[in-house]
Ligand binder design. Structure first.
Ligand SMILES: [Zn+2]
Length: 127
């Protein structure tokens, strides 16, 4: 059951999801959203649940990643500069949410912003 779907990404805002969802569907890839109803009913808890999870069939994984890579917005710092990975110097990072601790799920503003490098997968703290 778990292997049937691949989680492409999670989003903080439903509006962002709709952009990616529309693009993937226009390419003929079925898209499944998780937690969207929860998010819509109470936007304030979107951080607590890690946002909306966008999933595709595992068989569509490679194509979905390629399409998503074309249209996604990479993480930038407060000055609007791309986050540079300290390990491989790639400028392709995305915000990373630590979903392990219940405490941080309830109080996400206590957690320092982190970024995940899309090239080497290293997770870094913001400055
Ligand atoms: Zn890296």
């Amino acid at each position: 059951m778990e292997d049937k779907f691949y989680q492409l990404a999670s989003f903080e805002y439903v509006a962002d999801v709709q952009i990616v969802k529309g693009k993937l569907e226009s390419e003929g890839i079925p898209v499944f959203l998780r937690d969207e109803n929860t998010l819509n009913s109470d936007p304030l808890i979107s951080n607590a649940i890690g946002g909306v999870k966008l999933q595709v069939y595992s068989k569509d994984k490679e194509r979905a990643i390629a399409i998503y890579d074309e249209i996604r917005a990479y993480a930038v710092d407060e000055q609007g500069n791309p986050i540079v990975c300290p390990n491989c110097k790639a400028k392709r990072s995305e915000p990373y949410y630590n979903s392990k601790g219940v405490f941080y799920k309830l109080f996400p503003f206590f957690e320092k912003r982190k970024y995940k490098c899309l090239n080497c997968k290293m997770i870094t703290n913001s400055k």
